[in-house]
Structure formats: C-alpha cells, structure tokens
Design a protein around this ligand. Structure first.
Ligand code: PLP
Ligand code: ZN
Length: 419
C-alpha cells in the first residue's frame, strides 16, 4: 500500500505517476523528482496518538506511510530511531543549556546515510533491479553496500582516490565492487561522472545520496525530523544544525518539516535550518551568505578539508536546501579544520560521542554561533552528529594523543596518575 500520489520534477515541473517508477527526470535537466503524498487521506488517521503507540523499533518503517517504497522490500537492519540527548558537560563547555545531540553514529553502518540507503534499496528491490551503483565520498557507499548485502543486490561503488581506510574496509567486507576514481577536471566530481556513464552503459539502478539521481533515498533522512519532534513531545526545536555536502540531508530535513506541517502534526514555528560546511568547501554556505541564487552557484574548484564526507564540489540538492534555510530564517556557517578537530575532541571528551570530522561540524558551528551571540544559552538547538569516528581512525588517532608503553610496575604508573 502506498500513499504517494505523484512525483514532480523540481526543475521543469514534469509530473510522473508512481507506477511509472521514475528515477531521473526524462528531460535530463538535473531536477529532483519530489515525492508527493496523499496528505488529505493521511490526515484522517495519521495522528500523534496513533504514531506514539507504535513500538520504537523496525527502523524508519515506523513511518511507513510517508515512505515512497514498501517496507516488505526493505532490509531488516534497523536504521534510525537514534537517541536525542542533552550532553551536560558539552553544553557547559560551549555555554548552552538546551543543546541536544541527535546521535546518528548509532546507525547500522555508523552514519545517517543508512536512512537514505534503506529506502533507496527497498525501492531497487521493488523495481526488480539486481545491480545498484553509487558515487560517494565513502559513507553513503558503505551504507549502500551493507543494505545491498542484506538484500542480495550487486553493488558497485565509486569513491575518491583518498577515501579513508575505515570506509574501504567496510565496503569490501560488505562485498561491494569498489573502485577509486581519479579526478581529471577542477570542480567536477569524477565519481559522479563515472556513475552516470555506468547507468547509461549498463542500465544499473543509481543510488547515490543525491536527489537528482535518485529521488527515493531523499525520503529516508526526513525521518530524523519526525523522530526529533516525537522525542521533544511533538514540538519543533529552535534550530537544527546540519552538516552539509550535497545538501541532500538538509533537503530531507526540510521535506520532513513540511510533511509535519502539512499533516498538522506539529504547530509552532519550524526550526531555523543551519547548513554547516567546512571552510575548504562551502559553495552552498557562500551562496546563502552572499545572497546568490541556487542557479548562480559555481562548483568549488578544489575542495579540501579534514571533513572528507563534505567535499562535494557541487550541492546537487542545493535548491531545496536553500529554500529550507530561507523559509525557516536559517543561515549557513563555514567552519575551519581547526574548529572541526576541536569539536571532534569536545564531543568525545565531554559527551562520550566519537564522531568523524564530517559528523562533528555541527558542534563547531554551535560553538561559533554561541560565541558570536547569534544564540543565547536558552536556545534549544538540535545538532546532528552524522558519522562515527571509527570510520576515520587513521586520521583521528594521531590527533588524540600518544600511548605510553610501560612495565607492570606501580612506580612506573605513578607519573601517569591524574591529579
Ligand atoms: C558524516 C556525514 N555527514 C554529513 C554529510 C552531508 O550530507 P549531504 O551530502 O546530504 O549534504 C555526509 C555526506 O557524505 C556525511 O558523510
Ligand atoms: Zn525535469
């Protein structure tokens, strides 16, 4: 059973019926086929009480009526339903009282991308695809590989040359056919280039976490906002800080907010959406801060940052992400690698959450905005911590200290005892 009424191209407005099973707009205009649901029908029975009665299990299929794929085709890995909590010692360090972390490192493969790939692969099975392909900096690929392994799909993953060892290990263990792709042209993502060529040549099902190439997976991350609202007792927070690369996560969050408003499940102002990018790759933040339109965005020529998951030179879903930022009175923040590494350490040492640099940028932005006075201590922020530090141990280990090697003697321990 599905409550999808149609899909509408975000660029040319062309409409598709769900039975046509479209993936990309036939006009080849890089539009995203935004999924439209039968809101009037859903409003009749999808109420706070009926949702709240459901068990907090079964992954994002808890919200199956607002998904574009059938849960019977989904993998049983149990993504989402992640904790939302106040980390008191972290809040004290930053000077905020009501900041909460949405800990997406707890997902099956260690990043929020499991939400996207859960839906993307369920749709692949529904469409009878046997081979899926992805272009990714690593997290979305690992996630697609895991979901493909569970469902018996063949998975091809194209990743950048310098992908982290943790992500490679995951990908190979899950059984993906993995290829690192060399960059040839400034501002062009070679992994995306190859993915599109492979789709054309072999007819594989594209499942990157970019809306223009797969509209179904965008619907996964919107469950983050459904969960946040439920966890807060059916209220929106004041702001949400969102690590941003392609803008697909931010697009999902914005779509989730619109669903909740449309279904009259929450009242009150929506949260201010804040896109966070690294200084070394900030095409979307720059556009937001300088008042450029989405069409005026130029790809970053040579993206560079320790936040390796946020290096998309072009924000494929920037149109919807920017609409969300504008409509909620949000903004964009670019943080330096030094601020990012400081946040990785703060998150681990003050909150007990080990995040990879890309996953920690929201904390860096919260700190910056607090220091600048944009937020005061009573503002209720939700920071998405999107990826686990275990994925980048080789990059993080040298940053967090050296390990002494000693004999088992008490006098040799004494100099190391904390005072
Ligand atoms: C850990 C992490 N956080 C955030 C993002 C950004 O998501 P998006 O590309 O949808 O903006 C990514 C993307 O790869 C990621 O790996
Ligand atoms: Zn179109």
């Amino acid at each position: 059973m599905s409550f999808v009424s149609e899909l509408v191209c975000s660029r040319c407005g062309r409409k598709y019926l769900p039975t046509e099973k479209p993936v990309m707009c036939a006009s080849r205009d890089l539009g995203r086929l935004d999924v439209v649901y039968e809101y009037e029908e859903l409003k009749e029975f999808l109420r706070r009480e009926s949702i709240a009665k459901r068990p907090w299990t079964g992954g994002l299929w808890r919200y199956w009526e607002l998904m574009p794929a059938s849960r019977e085709f989904g993998a049983p890995l149990g993504e989402g339903l992640t904790p939302l909590f106040c980390a008191r010692r972290l809040n004290e360090a930053i000077g905020l009282k009501r900041m909460r972390l949405k800990d997406e490192t707890r997902n099956p493969t260690g990043s929020f991308k499991d939400r996207s790939m859960s839906v993307g692969t369920a749709k692949a099975v529904e469409m009878n695809a046997d081979t899926v392909v992805i272009a990714s900096s690593g997290n979305a690929a690992s996630s697609l590989a895991a979901y493909s392994a569970s469902l018996g799909l063949r998975c091809y993953a194209f990743v950048p040359e310098n992908v982290s060892t943790g992500k490679v290990a995951q990908l190979l263990a899950y059984g993906a056919r993995l290829l690192r792709v060399k960059a040839v042209e400034e501002g062009v993502d070679p992994t995306v280039q190859l993915m599109l060529r492979a789709v054309e040549a072999f007819g594989w099902y594209p499942c990157p976490s970019f809306g223009p190439f797969n509209p179904y997976q965008v619907e996964g991350p919107k469950t983050i906002v459904y969960e946040v609202v439920e966890q807060l007792g059916w209220r929106f927070p004041d702001a949400m800080l969102v690590p941003t690369g392609s803008g697909c996560l931010l697009t999902g969050i914005w779509r989730g907010i619109k669903d909740l408003i449309e279904l009259e499940l929450v009242d009150g102002e929506p949260p201010r959406l804040i896109a966070v990018q690294p200084e070394g790759n900030q095409p979307l933040v720059r556009a937001v801060r300088t008042g450029l339109s989405f069409e005026e965005i130029v790809p970053e020529k040579s993206p560079s940052s320790i936040a390796s998951g946020l290096l998309d030179p072009y924000p494929w879903d920037g149109d919807a992400a920017m609409e969300g930022i504008k409509r909620t009175g949000g903004t964009g923040v670019a943080v330096s690698d030094q601020e990012i590494m400081e946040s990785v350490k703060l998150l681990a040492s003050k909150a007990g959450v080990f995040a990879e640099p890309s996953g920690a940028v929201g904390v860096a932005a919260a700190k910056r905005l607090r220091d600048e006075g944009t937020f005061d201590e009573s503002d209720e922020l939700v920071v998405l911590v999107t990826g686990s530090g275990l994925k980048e141990v080789e990059r993080l280990a040298p940053e967090v200290g050296k390990v002494p090697l000693i004999l088992p003697e008490i006098d040799l321990l004494r100099p190391h005892v904390m005072t």
